[in-house]
Design a protein around this ligand. Structure first.
Ligand code: F6R
Length: 612
C-alpha cells in the first residue's frame, strides 16, 4: 500500500520520480506527489488522483533539482485529497517526508507536538514525522554532518507501527535519509546516482544492484555514497544483491494490460518455477532446505498461512501434502491466524506464501510462529523480501515481477511450488511410490498444457459478453476444485465488481441455493474423477432452478446439459488447479474489459497490503 520513490544524482529528479511513481501506481492511486530540493529550497508538488495528474501542475516541468522523493497513496488516515497527499512538510519548511505504512501512535505524537507549538494541516498520520524530525533537529546543539541523521533516528524511535520513510532536509541539499520498519524499501545503486523504491521492478531499468534494509536500519545517501547505520547509529556494512529479472518483464510488451500479459506468461513462469527442482528421473531437489527424515517425521502438523490468492494456493498445498506425505495440514488466513491461539510448537512446520513477501499480516504471523518455536518456511516471488528475511528457510517461485493487482501467474507458480515441496517431503520421508513418479511426469508436461488452455480465450470471451452485466455469479466445485472456485470467484469480484460467491458444490443446498433463480450464472469446476458425478448432480439442481451454466472440465461429460463447456487438458488432480484457473482468470479479465474497467488497477485495492 502506497509506493515511494527517491532519486539522488546528476539528472533532474522530477521526470525520474514521476516515471517511477507510474510503475508503482499499482500500490495505490488516491493521490501522488513529489518533493525536490531546488535552488530556493524544498519544493512540493502534489495532487489528488492518479500520478498522471502531476503533469498538470504548473511549474512541474521547470523543476531542476537533482534530488527528490515521491509518493503514490492508498489512503488510510484521511480521505484522498490534496492536503492529505504526500510529501508532507514540517511547520518551518525544512523537512519533506514520504511514508508508506501506518504510525499507530500518531495521535499521542500529535498531542505532544501541539503542546510544543506545532500545527497540522492534514488528517494524516504521516504529518507528525517531519514535525518530530524538526523538533529533534532544533533540540540538537551539535552541528556536524550527522545532525540530520540524528534527528531522523530520534524521531523514528518515537514511532510505533510500520514505516518506510524518505526524508529531505533543506540544510542538507546533497543528502537524503531513508529508514524502514515492517514496510518495504529497497535501494538501487547506480553510477554517481542512487535510487530508492518500494519495490524492485520500478527501478529495474536503472540498476540491477540492490541494497536491502532491515528493520530500523538507516541509510544516508548522497549521489556517490550510501552509508548504512543501525539503530544506535553505528556504521554497518551491506552487500549488494544482484537481481536477474529482465526489464521487459516489468513492461507491458505489447499487451493491453499487465494482467493479460501475466496470464500469458504462465507457461514460462511455471517452467522457471519448476526450474532445476525436477527432471524426469531424479528426486525433487530442494538443496536449500536440506530437511531430514527425522525432522519431517517429527512433525505433528503443518500450517500454511497466507492471504487472498496466496491463501488459495495454500489450500491446494494441503491436498498435496496430506495426500503425498500423510502429514496433517491446516490452511489459515494470516489475519485470523494471529488472533486465534493456534497450537504451535517445535513439532510444527509453518509455511508462509506471499508473492510480494511484504504482506503485513503474513509477516506478523511468521514472527508469531517463530516465537512459539516452530520452523518457518517462506514461499515468495521476491528475493530478499521481508518475509524471506524473517523465515528460517525460503524458496522462490521465480515467476518474474507481477504488476497487475489481480494475481495470476503468482498463483499458478505458488501451486506448482508447493506441490513440488510436497513431493520433496514425501521423498525425504521415503514414501516414494508410483503415484509420485506419474505426478512428476505430469508436472513436466504442464507448461505445454497451459499453452493449450490459453487457446480457449475466444470461447471464454464470447461467454463473458453474454454475462458481463449480471449482478451475481456463483462458483462451485468439490475437493480441490472447490479451492479453484474460491480463486475464480475472487478474481471475478476484484476486477469486474460483480458480486460473486464460491461454494463447495454439495453445500449449496444447505442455504445458498435459495439465491439461484432464472438466468443466474453458475460456474462449475469438474476435474476430480472421483467427484465428477456428484458435482454434476449439484449442477443439475441449479439447472432445475433456471441457472445458466459454464463448466470447466477435463473429463468426458454429456455436454448437452450445459450452456457452455470449456474442455481443458487432462492432468493429475493435484495439478488441475493450474489448468482450471486459467479459463477463470480469462473470464474475469474479459468481463472487466467488456465493462470498460481498469483491469490492472481495480478500485480500492492495492497489490501489496503492507498494513494490518
Ligand atoms: C488477489 C491478490 C491478493 C493477494 C494478497 C496476498 O488477486 O493478489 O489477494 O494474493 O493480497 O498478497 P501476497 O501474495 O503479496 O502476500
Amino acid at each position: 500500500m502506497c509506493g515511494i520513490i527517491g532519486y539522488i544524482g546528476n539528472k533532474p529528479a522530477s521526470p525520474i520520480l514521476i516515471n517511477g511513481l507510474m510503475r508503482l501506481e499499482y500500490r495505490g492511486y488516491d493521490s501522488a506527489g513529489i518533493s525536490t530540493i531546488e535552488k530556493n529550497g524544498l519544493s512540493i508538488m502534489k495532487d489528488k488522483g492518479r500520478v498522471k495528474n502531476l503533469y498538470d501542475i504548473d511549474g512541474i516541468d521547470k523543476l531542476t533539482g537533482t534530488i527528490g522523493i515521491a509518493h503514490t497513496r492508498w489512503a488510510t488516515h484521511g480521505k484522498p485529497s490534496k492536503e492529505n497527499s504526500h510529501p508532507h512538510i514540517d511547520n518551518h519548511n525544512m523537512f519533506s517526508v514520504v511514508h508508506n505504512g501506518i504510525i499507530e501512535n500518531y495521535n499521542e505524537l500529535k498531542t505532544f507536538l501541539l503542546d510544543n507549538g506545532y500545527t497540522f494541516y492534514s488528517q494524516t498520520d504521516t504529518e507528525v514525522v517531519p514535525n518530530l524530525v524538526h523538533y529533534y533537529y532544533t533540540k540538537d546543539t551539535k552541528s556536524d554532518k550527522l545532525k540530520f541523521l540524528r534527528a531522523v533516528k530520534n524521531a523514528c524511535n518515537m514511532l510505533n507501527g510500520s514505516f518506510a520513510i524518505e526524508i529531505l532536509c533543506k540544510d542538507y541539499p546533497n543528502n537524503m535519509i531513508v529508514v524502514r520498519k515492517d514496510s518495504p524499501l529497497v535501494i538501487g545503486k547506480g553510477e554517481d546516482e542512487n535510487y530508492i523504491s518500494s519495490d524492485i521492478p520500478a527501478i529495474l531499468s536503472f540498476t540491477r544492484n540492490f541494497y536491502l534494509l532491515n528493520d530500523l536500519e538507516f541509510a544516508n545517501l548522497s549521489k556517490n555514497s550510501i552509508d548504512f547505520y543501525d539503530n544506535n547509529l553505528n556504521l554497518i556494512n551491506k552487500e549488494t544483491t544482484v537481481i536477474e529479472w529482465n526489464t521487459s518483464s516489468a513492461e507491458k510488451d505489447g499487451y493491453d494490460d499487465f494482467m493479460l500479459k501475466e496470464i500469458y506468461e504462465q507457461p514460462n513462469a511455471i517452467r522457471e518455477t519448476i526450474g532445476a527442482k525436477l527432471d524426469d528421473n531424479s528426486r525433487c531437489d530442494f538443496s536449500e532446505l536440506n530437511f531430514t527424515k527425522d525432522f519431517l517425521s517429527s512433525l505433528n502438523n503443518i500450517y500454511i498461512i497466507a492471504c487472498g490468492t496466496a491463501m488459495h494456493a495454500g489450500l491446494t498445498g494441503k491436498y498435496a501434502i496430506e495426500n503425498l506425505c500423510k502429514i496433517h495440514t491446516e490452511v489459515d488466513v494470516a489475519s485470523e491466524f494471529r488472533y486465534r491461539s493456534p497450537l504451535i510448537d517445535k513439532k510444527t512446520l509453518c509455511i508462509f506464501i506471499s508473492q510480494s513477501g511484504e504482506t503485513a499480516d503474513t509477516i506478523a504471523a511468521l514472527k508469531l510462529c517463530k516465537e512459539k518455536g516452530a520452523k518457518t518456511l517462506a514461499i515468495s516471488n521476491v528475493i530478499g523480501s521481508s518475509l524471506t528475511r524473517e523465515a528460517d528457510y525460503s524458496v522462490y517461485t521465480h515467476a518474474g515481477p507481477e504488476i497487475a493487482v489481480a494475481s495470476t501467474k503468482a498463483y499458478t507458480s505458488q501451486v506448482i511450488l508447493i506441490t513440488l515441496l510436497a513431493i520433496y517431503f514425501a521423498e525425504v520421508l521415503e514414501q516414494n511410490n508410483s503415484e509420485i513418479n506419474l505426478l512428476k511426469k505430469d508436472i513436466i508436461e504442464l507448461p505445454k498444457k497451459i499453452e493449450e488452455t490459453l487457446k480457449l480465450s475466444e470461447t471464454i470471451k464470447n461467454f463473458s459478453r453474454k454475462v458481463y452485466q449480471e449482478k451475481d455469479i456463483f462458483f462451485i466445485g468439490r475437493g480441490i476444485d472447490e479451492t479453484v472456485a474460491k480463486e475464480g470467484s475472487l478474481k471475478l469480484k476484484e476486477i469486474s465488481y460483480i458480486h460473486s460467491e464460491s461454494y463447495p458444490a454439495g453445500e449449496l443446498k444447505h442455504g445458498a441455493i435459495a439465491l439461484i433463480e432464472k438466468d443466474v450464472t453458475v460456474v462449475s469446476i469438474l476435474t476430480d474423477e472421483n467427484l465428477v458425478k456428484k458435482t454434476i448432480s449439484n449442477i443439475q439442481e441449479v439447472i432445475t432452478r433456471g441457472a445458466k451454466t459454464l463448466i470447466i472440465t477435463n473429463k468426458d461429460i454429456n455436454e448437452d446439459m450445459f450452456d457452455v463447456v470449456i474442455k481443458i487438458p487432462d492432468t493429475n488432480t493435484l495439478l488441475s488447479p493450474i489448468l482450471s484457473i486459467i479459463p477463470l482468470q480469462l473470464f474475469a479479465y474479459h468481463i472487466s474489459k467488456e465493462k470498460g474497467l481498469d483491469v490492472d488497477k481495480p478500485r480500492n485495492l492495492a497489490k501489496s497490503v503492507t498494513v494490518e
